[in-house]
Design a protein around this ligand. Structure first.
Ligand code: 7PJ
Length: 277
């Protein structure tokens, strides 16, 4: 068994785990920052925990294609009260979807257990801030930035480039004092990739797995599902589950999703079949 410690909790990463997505951006809560948005966030958190989520991934920056950047102050105001309120009420692992060093530092102080950075600690000061927290980090590959990432999408070999990038970020983490046993990798589905790139990455998850790190996959309801099926965002659950199942069978064990219960059930069956007990 391979355990990883996320703050005050340890998880066996030989089995699957679901990370429930909690967006605290104004486009997800119309009155971001007010009492009722905090209340909504806690209601959603409780449901995801009851449904079997191992992590609640709190994100205050929209990284959708074309999204506008958020100020540090705004991101702090969105994320930190939610991290604090969740840790005060629930026994769960809070993951923070952030690239901002001060959000990492303060979230860790409030009890967050995982830093989930779509920029793989590339922002100035992020490596140092993350190292100081002592927390595990999920390093994700992105080409470009959210505002431009879908403008010019071309790779000679998407597998080679994503792998080389993630290995370079692993080296940067080690140089900053973050042990490789603290790292989770993520190919970054939809972040500066066309549909064929996303399909290639998903079909070759086993090659990433051979690098020896736990893998996290985030494809829930993304454009690539819509591109394949021709369905709007609220009809992408079955496609999401199929794609996640394809990566589970290649060794991915962490799944960042909106729909927790369907994935917990699916992954439990996949795990039990694999173990035959
Ligand atoms: C991901 C993420 C992902 C990780 C987002 C969305 C966009 N973090 N944060 N992996 N995606 N680690 O959910 O559509 O794929 S935000």
């Amino acid at each position: 068994m391979s355990f990883m410690t996320f703050g005050d909790k340890s998880l066996d990463l030989s089995r699957p785990h679901v990370m429930g997505i909690l967006n605290v951006t104004p486009d997800s809560f119309s009155d971001g920052g007010s009492y009722s948005s905090l209340d909504d966030a806690l209601t959603q958190t409780e449901k995801m925990i009851l449904d079997g989520a191992s992590f609640i991934d709190v994100g205050g920056e929209s990284t959708r294609p074309g999204a506008k950047p958020v100020t540090i102050e705004e991101e702090m105001n969105r994320v930190l009260p939610v991290v604090e309120a969740i840790k005060a009420r629930f026994d769960t692992i809070v993951s923070v979807d952030t690239s901002t060093p001060s959000v990492m530092t303060e979230s860790a102080r409030l009890g967050a257990g995982l830093l989930n950075d779509v920029r793989a600690l590339e922002r100035e000061g992020a490596l140092q801030a993350a190292a100081q927290t002592g927390l595990p980090v999920c390093l994700m590959h992105m080409r470009g930035s959210p505002s431009t990432m879908q403008d010019d999408v071309s790779y000679d070999s998407v597998m080679e480039e994503v792998t080389a990038y993630l290995m370079a970020r692993v080296a940067a983490c080690e140089a900053a004092g973050i042990d490789r046993s603290q790292l989770i990798l993520d190919p970054g589905i939809g972040f500066g990739k066309s549909l064929p790139h996303n399909l290639t990455l998903l079909n070759h998850t086993a090659e990433f797995k051979r690098k020896g790190f736990p893998l996290l996959i985030g494809l829930s309801r993304k454009t690539m599902i819509g591109d394949v099926l021709g369905v709007p965002v609220d009809e992408r659950l079955y496609g999401t589950m199929g794609a996640n199942a394809a990566t589970y069978s290649q060794g991915a064990r962490l799944f960042r999703v909106h729909d927790v219960k369907p994935h917990v059930d699916m992954l439990e069956l996949m795990y039990r079949i694999e173990r035959e007990v």
